[in-house]
Write a protein that binds this ligand. Structure first.
Ligand code: FAD
Length: 528
């Protein structure tokens, strides 16, 4: 089943939800980016999705071999300058809005989720280095990460430190020449080792001598696989995991400092590592939300394609007893429409969050806070939608969905990790009620509600907004355990409210179109 990128859906969302044109001088670039990203995703990444799933990444004595074709596809990604789309111009990037680079990642995620993770981690590293790195580190590392010549990773997790990052034990000691020596073991490090590039830049959280326990004592270090003189740093991929999905993405156990210490440099101040890491994580959280959108798009297209050609049973209404495509059965139509509507709402929510992050980065403090409030919604609900839609996709395929040949099962397996990594969705819900609900004394969350109220027309959306407001007031008064116990349903309510609000906007934009073709009629049906 061929895959086409959702270019028209993206354009609707970029124009009417993220309003990306307000952030750019030359809006003609938008079409060029959407077109080029679609060609890369459809032509280079999508054909390797199943190859990656079946061949998997292979570990051999500390090295990792990627599946056939991945190196060439990565070279096409680098040659197109895609890594630098939203990166700073001084480092060789194009300085375009993050919301435009969201469209690129939407496509790459849909085409090949496991592969797209590799560049995705680089985007976060670029932001963290740009915001917190020394001038020297920026000079030495940014241009090569921005060009894609080197990739980057994010090293938080250790066996005893998962959601509780503050429990990490990796140590860093100063050498006296400005560098540090790191020792410790990190687990689950995505794309921690591979054969796509010579160098890999690891962003590693560690504790310095005398640092207090917990997150307050954590610092962030840049630890390259190859040192500036070209020699190998003292770090090693000890093994990779065998997992449910994203088989092409090597999930590595990384050992630092077996021979005396890996050389690294501080990013930001000592013991301010969580601040720098959050710059990286906030970017990654929005991008993981986008993984949900991408997989939902791909699963929907696959299900629609199958439902149009699989003939089974006659229509219940009408005189004909002839078998029809399953897409003609009302319950299958219900599933397809739900898949399309959820994908549209999740895309709107995540792109909107990127648009607010863009405005925040350009100096709008309210937009920055809005992005902060939206980040847990985008990550958690985006990924919940991805998995739900992938599961509906299997259902639409019937028994053929449960066997591997159709590809529907791969989407379900691949997407299952997304609610877990980058802060589990439970942790996102806790972040919403513990921090984001009270941001600026509650003003940031209340401003969001006010904006929804100002536009909401559908009575179901108005009723949901009332319910969210009542819950928010109750949560602010509640005991912390009660608040946390209700946090996940509350996050879902808030996400559906924001998604519904933004989808209404898309509906109004479609209504304003002078001529409605089949695409717009279909999307209007999904809005309703
Ligand atoms: C394929 C894959 C790729 C990954 N990539 C990376 C990577 O590149 N870099 C990296 O650093 N890490 C990575 N991770 C690690 C990932 O981020 C962690 O698995 C995740 O943060 C959860 O930690 P944990 O597995 O230890 O689960 P735990 O923290 O043990 O959580 C288990 C359960 O308890 C819940 N829970 C735990 N604490 C709380 C709490 N305080 N409140 C409410 N619920 C709680 C969780 O929500 C979860 O449901 C990856 C993991 C996988 C599987």
């Amino acid at each position: 089943m061929t895959f086409s990128c959702a270019v028209r859906d993206q354009r609707l969302v970029l124009d009417h939800v993220a309003r990306v044109g307000e952030l750019m001088d030359d809006t003609e670039v938008i079409d060029a980016v959407l077109q080029g990203a679609a060609e890369l995703a459809e032509g280079e990444f999508a054909p390797l999705d199943r190859v990656g799933d079946t061949q998997t990444a292979r570990w051999d004595n500390g090295t990792v071999r990627t599946p056939a074709g991945f190196r060439e596809a990565y070279q096409a990604f680098v040659a197109g300058g895609w890594m630098g789309l939203a990166a700073p111009e001084h480092a060789g990037g194009q300085g375009l809005p993050l919301s435009l680079s969201a469209a690129l990642m939407d496509d790459l995620n849909a085409a090949n989720l496991a592969f797209a993770l590799c560049p995705m981690l680089g985007f976060g590293a670029i932001e963290a280095l740009e915001a917190h790195g020394s001038e020297q580190l920026k000079r030495d590392y940014l241009p090569k990460i921005v060009s894609g010549e080197w990739t980057a990773t994010m090293n938080l997790t250790e066996p005893q430190a998962g959601s509780d990052v503050g429990a990490l034990k990796t140590r860093a000691v100063p050498t006296g020449d400005g560098s540090w020596k790191l020792t410790g073991t990190k687990i689950f490090i995505t794309w921690g080792e591979h054969d796509l590039t010579d160098n890999i830049i690891h962003m590693v959280l560690a504790r310095t001598p005398g640092a207090p326990d917990g997150t307050r004592g954590i610092s962030l270090f840049l630890v390259p696989k190859l040192l500036p003189d070209g020699s190998r740093n003292d770090l090693r991929c000890v093994s990779i995991e065998h997992k449910l999905g994203i088989h092409a993405s090597p999930t590595c156990v990384m050992s630092y400092g077996d021979d005396g210490g890996s050389t690294g440099w501080l990013v930001g101040e000592e013991m301010a590592g969580m601040r720098a890491m959050f710059t990286m994580m906030n970017n990654a959280r929005l991008n993981v939300g986008l993984q949900g959108v991408g997989v939902a798009e791909r699963a929907t297209q696959r299900a629609v394609g199958y439902a149009l050609q699989r003939v089974q049973g006659a229509r219940a209404s009408g005189p004909s007893r002839e078998p029809v495509p399953i897409a003609d059965h009302p319950d299958v139509r219900r599933m397809l429409l739900r898949m399309r509507a959820l994908t549209m709402a999740a895309r709107a929510l995540v792109y909107y969050a990127f648009g607010q992050a863009d405005r925040g980065a350009r100096g709008d403090p309210e937009a920055r806070q809005r992005a902060d409030v939206l980040t847990p919604l985008a990550k958690a609900w985006g990924t919940d939608v991805g998995f739900e839609v992938a599961s509906l996709g299997v259902q639409v395929h019937g028994g053929m969905g449960y066997v591997e040949e159709t590809g529907a099962a791969q989407h379900l397996r691949d997407s299952r990790i997304t609610p877990i990594y980058e802060g589990t969705n439970g942790i996102q819900a806790a972040d919403l009620v513990q921090r984001k609900l009270g941001l600026s004394g509650g003003a940031a969350f209340d401003a969001l509600i006010a904006d929804v109220r100002a536009e909401a027309a559908d009575e179901r959306l108005v009723a949901l907004t009332d319910a969210v407001e009542i819950c928010a007031a109750t949560f602010r008064e509640a005991d912390v355990d009660d608040r946390l116990a209700g946090s996940y349903p509350f996050l879902t309510m808030c996400s559906v409210m924001v998604g519904g609000w933004l989808v209404e906007r898309i509906g109004r934009a479609i209504d304003a179109e002078p001529k409605r073709d089949e695409f717009l009629r279909g999307r209007r049906a999904a809005v309703d």
